[in-house]
Write a protein that binds this ligand. Structure first.
Ligand SMILES: Cc1cc2nc3c(=O)[nH]c(=O)nc-3n(C[C@H](O)[C@H](O)[C@H](O)COP(=O)(O)O)c2cc1C
Length: 179
């Protein structure tokens, strides 16, 4: 049985919804899934899983600080153990899915891309394959103007049930790709 770890941070609930949709989709495809927040995953080893999924909101086009701090700390441990190697050789069977929720009120997708690329580097540096990167357009809770007049149009209510259904299905597709 394949196994996955989903680690996420969420302030207003959007990323949490996506994290659980990922979990449900993977489970439907027969993957054993653990879901954790950074503070619950401190001692875990990414190499214990076939797939590690990491999700954050984009905050000033960065991942949330608790998640970034967690990833930095894990990478530091792996470096000490000699697992950060020149050329970052791939470790067979180790995959990462990076996802972020974002509202893009000013410059759209461009203000989410750096967060996802940054998170992905922690995994590529230890030889994981980035199996996919997901950008989930989501409501900016508490900022009406940003929800209606921003670069991405009217984003109120996102992610919708339909969006979450698609994410569950996409997670099933990811599960089928695990080797
Ligand atoms: C302080 C703050 C900064 C944000 N910065 C960005 C940003 O740079 N780019 C973006 O697309 N959305 C930005 N957002 C919107 C959030 O990324 C978006 O609403 C996200 O879905 C929130 O996730 P959460 O509900 O899991 O906390 C920001 C929101 C807050 C509160």
């Amino acid at each position: 049985m394949k196994s996955a770890l989903v680690i996420y941070w969420s302030k207003t609930g959007n990323t949490e919804k996506v994290a659980f949709a990922v979990k449900e989709g993977l489970e439907k495809a027969g993957v054993k899934v653990a879901v954790k927040k950074p503070e619950e995953a401190a001692d875990g080893d990414f190499f214990d899983y076939d797939l590690v999924c990491v999700g954050s909101p984009s905050l000033e086009w960065h991942p949330a600080k608790p998640l970034a701090d967690f990833l930095k700390s894990r990478l530091s441990n792996y470096r000490t153990q000699g697992q950060v190697k020149v050329g970052a050789p791939k470790v067979p069977g180790k995959n990462a899915l990076i996802f972020c929720t974002y509202s893009g009120p000013h410059t759209g997708l461009n203000e989410a891309t750096p967060a996802v690329k940054y998170m992905g580097q922690f995994f590529e540096h230890i030889g994981f394959t980035i199996i996919d990167e997901w950008y989930v357009l989501s409501e900016f809770h508490g900022w009406e103007e940003g929800n209606i007049k921003g670069r991405m149009g009217d984003i109120r209510g996102k992610p919708t049930e339909e969006d979450l259904l698609r994410i569950r299905k996409d997670a099933e597709v990811i599960a089928a790709k695990l080797n």
